[in-house]
Design a binder for this molecule. Structure first.
Ligand SMILES: NC(=O)c1ccc[n+]([C@@H]2O[C@H](COP(=O)([O-])OP(=O)(O)OC[C@H]3O[C@@H](n4cnc5c(N)ncnc54)[C@H](OP(=O)(O)O)[C@@H]3O)[C@@H](O)[C@H]2O)c1
Length: 308
């Protein structure tokens, strides 16, 4: 059996060698080294080129090197075969750290204190306890559910929204196709952990911001295309939003002239909320491919029609 790897990173040779060591029974090739495309059974990819995967006529499955599959589904000529995403305990742990860190930063007004320190101003900020801070999580999948549970353990008053009904101890769960007004009304800090689909693209917009409590904080750790960037700038300007923490952007790396870099109320992180670690991520990929070959159930198998 043969596997082809597509990754626009200097580390792709390392990744290929790593996957080869984990899957000695499969011949692992770099995309550019693959002479006989008909011999390839599996593609392991991050942001594959449009029309690229259909050249592999005997492909059985595509593996996304990441939890999201939007970068795979973006290909209009994608073959209709199973798409397996890559998750795992470390990915969830990292996102938990990111969400808790930045919710706490917003809650305790850390940016204001850091600005005061730069000006050598002694300015104690008194914030309410977490029990009186309402956090809303958009998306109650693997990452959203875990973040909700851990924010609850920190004492926050947490709500969550997903398409289908969820029950999470201590979390006020909403469901439905539309974002419930009541959910937004009680989200002083809103965290986006939705997959990028046609339904969720541009969802973080003026209409949604206006339904949040005035002076709310936003954290987007999902995908840049969820956010209408000009609407965010307008909401920060008007004060409807007090601040935003953004890990993901429409164009990555964020262009050097982009206004987000220097905005006083925006924290920019370089899409590293929860990167796939090659060691543990490689092991997850290898385990999922073996499950696929054996015909076992794969929890990371996605629903390409649904988009996640
Ligand atoms: N920044 C980073 O470093 C980083 C790292 C990893 C992942 N991510 C992003 O995080 C996203 C979420 O990951 P995950 O593993 O938690 O995804 P997941 O397990 O697939 O969960 C997705 C959640 O979103 C909900 N959802 C989907 N479409 C919806 C809609 N139209 N309306 C309401 N709810 C909707 C789903 O509802 P149901 O439960 O009802 O299906 C589910 O609860 C990924 O897709 C990826 O884009 C970012």
């Amino acid at each position: 059996m043969k596997l082809v790897l597509y990754l626009q990173s200097k580390r792709r040779v390392w990744w290929r060698d790593h996957l080869q060591s984990l899957l000695p029974e499969i011949d692992c090739l770099l995309w550019e080294d693959c002479a006989d495309k008909n011999a390839i059974d599996f593609a392991v990819v991050w942001r594959p080129p449009a029309g690229g995967l259909r050249q592999f006529k005997n492909l059985q499955a595509i593996v996304s090197i990441g939890a999201g599959i939007d970068h795979v589904l973006a290909d209009p000529e994608l073959p209709e075969i199973p798409v397996i995403r890559t998750t795992g305990a470390e990915l969830t742990q990292r996102m938990r750290e990111y969400v808790c860190l930045h919710v706490l930063r917003i809650h305790r007004q850390c940016s204001d204190m850091e600005a005061a320190q730069r000006e050598q101003r002694w300015r104690p900020v008194i914030t309410p306890p977490a029990t009186r801070r309402q956090v809303g999580i958009m998306g109650l999948g693997k990452l959203g559910t875990d973040a909700a549970i851990h924010l609850t353990q920190l004492g926050f008053s947490v709500s969550g929204w997903a398409r289908s009904k969820h029950t999470i101890a201590g979390v006020n769960c909403y469901h439905g196709e539309q974002v419930p007004e009541d959910f937004l009304k009680r989200s002083e800090i809103l965290v986006c952990l939705l997959p990028l689909t046609p339904d969720t693209r541009n969802m973080l917009n003026t209409n949604l911001f206006e339904q949040l409590p005035s002076g709310a904080g936003l954290i987007n750790a999902a995908r840049g295309e969820h956010l209408v960037e000009s609407d965010l700038l307008a909401a920060l300007e008007s004060g409807q939003l007090a601040n935003a923490t953004l890990d993901v952007f429409r164009k990555e790396p964020l262009p050097s002239t982009h206004p987000f870099w220097t905005h006083p109320n925006i924290v920019v992180t370089p899409h590293n909320a929860s990167l796939i670690d090659p060691l543990s991520g490689g092991a997850e990929i290898a385990a999922n491919l073996r499950r696929f070959i054996r015909g076992d159930l794969i929890a990371d198998l996605t629903d390409t029609k649904r988009g996640y």
